[in-house]
Design a protein around this ligand. Structure first.
Ligand SMILES: Nc1ncnc2c1ncn2[C@@H]1O[C@H](COP(=O)(O)OP(=O)(O)OP(=O)(O)O)[C@@H](O)[C@H]1O
Ligand SMILES: [Mg+2]
Length: 233
């Protein structure tokens, strides 16, 4: 469960305009929420703040009752995984295999288990062929899938996904939607892909200029053409 109360985030304390301004919502366990909004609305900022990469300027943030702050980050990241908007921010080990193994090694899993889980996640995303490739030589879509693999393999109870479908060809995107729809995890998915949002999420939160301007059933929010148009979508 995620609880966000009066959350405000400013990248620059001197700036009048906050990137996120008095954000309030709760995500129940098992819920899948799409976070939509025009470029610069604050979607990525919100996901980065939820997982403790960005510090809030004010407000409260709890994951399963644990406040998100410096000394709880280890605990928070055990429960929650983020797939970054830009896969280059995520992949940092030389090869795909090492990248996917990294988090598992950190948790002290044995090498045999790591190998099995790595092979299984690559297979599920249909990218077994990439296992020994250099991460920085991959195409955009391949990088996206490798980054997803590194997070999915950890099986965090909460998945934060920032534009998970971007760079993917139609078949990989369909496969991703089918994989995610088969998972029972709580998800918050920032996306411009309304098809993906509709397929996966029962609830949609619409952000505009750092504020929540709609939070409701997916069919209601995504079906409100005037509301979407008004907010740059
Ligand atoms: N590192 C940063 N320093 C200063 N301002 C930033 C930084 N990152 C983002 N911003 C600003 O914060 C606001 C929200 O950006 P954010 O990246 O959260 O938007 P977004 O909704 O994810 O957009 P997109 O759809 O383009 O991914 C924007 O005005 C952006 O310019
Ligand atoms: Mg973004």
């Amino acid at each position: 469960m995620i609880e966000v109360k009066h959350l405000t985030v400013k990248y620059n304390v001197k700036e009048a305009q906050a990137a996120l301004d008095d954000i309030n919502f709760t995500v129940e366990s098992g819920e899948r929420i799409a976070l939509i909004g025009a470029n610069g609305a604050g979607k990525s900022t919100l996901l980065l703040t939820l997982i403790g990469v960005l510090p809030p300027s004010s407000g409260d943030l709890c994951v399963d009752g644990i406040p998100v702050k410096k000394d709880t980050l280890r605990e928070i990241r055990r429960r929650m995984g983020l797939v970054f908007q830009n896969p280059d921010d995520q992949l940092f080990m030389p090869t795909v295999e090492e990248d996917i193994a990294f988090g598992q090694r950190n948790y002290g899993l044995d090498e045999e288990t790591i190998q099995k889980r790595t092979a299984a996640v690559l297979e599920s995303l249909d990218i077994s062929r990439l296992e020994h490739r250099l991460a920085h030589h991959l195409s955009g879509g391949e990088k996206r899938l490798a980054a997803l693999a590194g997070v999915l393999v950890m099986e965090p109870a909460i998945l934060l996904l920032d534009e998970p479908g971007s760079f993917l060809d139609p078949r990989s995107r369909r496969n991703l939607i089918s994989i995610l729809s088969g998972l029972s995890q709580t998800m918050v998915i920032a996306t411009h892909d309304f098809y993906l949002a509709q397929k996966l999420c029962s609830r949609v939160i619409l952000l505009a200029e750092g504020r929540i301007c709609a939070d409701g059933p997916a069919e209601e929010v995504l079906g409100d053409a005037a509301l979407l148009e008004e907010n740059g979508l």
